[in-house]
Design a protein. Sequence first.
Length: 403
Amino acid sequence: MMGMIWVVLLVALTGSHLGHGSPLRSTPQTYPHDARTQSQLEGWGSQGGLYAAVPALALLITAVVLLLGCTWCYRHKDCKPNEGADNQLFTASAAHLHDGRRAHPPDSGFAEPVNNNISEDNNNGPISLREMQNIANNNAAAYIVSENEERNRVSRESVVEFEPLPTGIRVADPLEHCADWFGDEDFPRNRLQYLREIGRGWFGRVVEGEIEDSGSTSTVAVKILNQNASLEDKARFLDEARMYRDVRHENVLAFVTKCLQEDPWILIFELCSMDLQQYLVVNRPKMAILNEGGVPLRLMCDVSSALAHLHSRGYLYGNVWCGSVLVRGTSDNARAVLGRYVSAEPPYDLSAPETRTHPPVYTASSECWSLGTLVWEVCAWGGAPARQPPPPPDLPCPYRDHL
């Protein structure tokens, strides 16, 4: 608009000078002019200039008045380019915001956004840029909330509903039958110290440790379950140790305590330095002296007594061989302990026939069959039996004639 006014003013100014040269009548055709013609030219020039100046002067006055009027409007009436529509938009937004405040007073439970930059007196007048930004942000937030509500409504309507399962069907918890493990208090972990690792199994590690109890320190074997073990693995970990916890016998591995309140789960047992297979191989050089002291017979009786006690309590041990039996004590006063920290399979297969099926079947009779193989290994001082039938060991043994 201002550019057009300046163009009109420029045309008016130039037109006032060009008007003096614009002919209003026909130009004389005679040349050179005589005196009569000269007088006509003088009269023509004075009257033509007057006629041309009047429109130019009127146009000039009109342009100046328009210029002054638009300048005053630009300064006092907020008639700035490209801002009138924005002012109307944000003024309407502010009015809508204040109408919402009046419609929902604070004591009606309506939570309004806190905006300290908008004053109550700016509803009818121009507002600052910061206030306009705050109003725009509030409108955008309200739009986002409405979009989320619509999306949630569509999601709820599109949810597929399944028929409920029968009441008799429920998801089984693998640890449901292990609830009796969590009734007592756990052993404090800060009174347990790890020393060295002595084995590994499917569950994790077995380490030698020390515990402080009643002012004394004792060495123990600690079975540590993996940190990321599943519920099924945790249930299996506890089931394998249940027999040692419930059965108390001098020839069964003793269960000491537990730590199950936090991961990793820990079970603590008595520590035995070696298994029966290792004991027989290590002490083979002095087997004559140990035979005279009755050590082999005592080891056989220990295993038989422990196995009979387990059967009387309704437990089955599994595959019985020298690698699945531990030894407590030194070489002269060694005692066999039925128990193991890590499961291991024998290097030969002389188990009972029913245990070779798929799946294998373990009974008290099958364990007595395995006990006979263990007796042969003790008499052979750790020698591996051959395929059936196992021959008598070619070693000095007082029980050779009974094999």
